[in-house]
Design a binder for this molecule. Sequence first.
Ligand code: ATP
Ligand code: MG
Length: 314
Amino acid sequence: MIHILCANPALDRTIYVQAFYPNGVTRSSASHEGLGGKGFNVALPFIVTNEQKTIHMHTFFGGPVGEQLAQMMKNAQLAGETTFIEGDNRYCTILVNESKQEAALINEQGPSITEKEQQQFLQSLFCSLKAGDHLVLSGSLPKGTPLTFYRDIIAQAESRGVQTILDSSGDALAYGAEAKPWLIKINGEEFLDLMGVKEEAANRQQQIEESLKNSPYPNCIVTLGGEGTVAKINGDIWRVTLPTINVTNATASGDIFLGTFIREWRKTNDVKAALLAGSALSLANCLHWLPTIDFAQAEQYQQKIHIERVGSAV
Ligand SMILES: Nc1ncnc2c1ncn2[C@@H]1O[C@H](COP(=O)(O)OP(=O)(O)OP(=O)(O)O)[C@@H](O)[C@H]1O
Ligand SMILES: [Mg+2]
């Protein structure tokens, strides 16, 4: 089983406009509501392939938006443990200006989680984790939780034979990384921040590859947007290079990469196949306004994605 922790879920509301009038009335041409928050984006590859039974969600729902999210989760046939909270879940608004081909994102903060709610959540989480499972911890921490929230979960889960995967930023990432998760998946900026290294803009990919070789983390994937990915897995360093595409919206690409990587890894244990699947589907996601799993487009680009083993970890 793959458990996915979505600590800060959101109702993603996408509003399409032909033009935007900052001091006037803007009329939308269409709108769309979707289940959001990093963990739910990680779940997308499993929903589209009808493999919901292989994943188990862990999240907090509260207020009218929480009720809507619970219904959306049911409609998507996602099972999981939900901790109901006093606070209200958030909206995230994506304003798409179609004529300018631009998207602006407004991510609300989300509710505060009380200590009692955190205890309930942890109790249901640890009741459902079994040795041999994977646990994905994805996204920022909600208000009210300690910065060590992910770290303590990772330490306890790993001690019970669960392989944990962390994708976060800032302090939640720094503390979480201390507990040595089985895999860290972050982007270039988050990686350099974690390593305390200043970016050399002209030489970023090489700099990240070198830092990755020397990093203390056993397995780490660093995605670099259009520049591809570098990864350290089981002592080998891998480099993924991508073809150039016309990006529509790259939001959720990292989450789709991660969901696809872990889906393929659980099936094949093949690093190259998992990096290829993750790269192709996250690239294809960039061709859409909404987070999208597009197997047809991924297959079209697959031939142009190069993956090579470029060395070993120090
Ligand atoms: N401009 C692009 N062209 C092609 N592929 C892209 C582009 N941007 C992102 N991707 C694909 O998506 C993957 C993840 O992208 P990125 O490094 O931006 O993740 P991220 O910053 O963690 O994203 P998020 O956290 O918003 O989901 C890349 O490794 C690549 O495969
Ligand atoms: Mg990310």
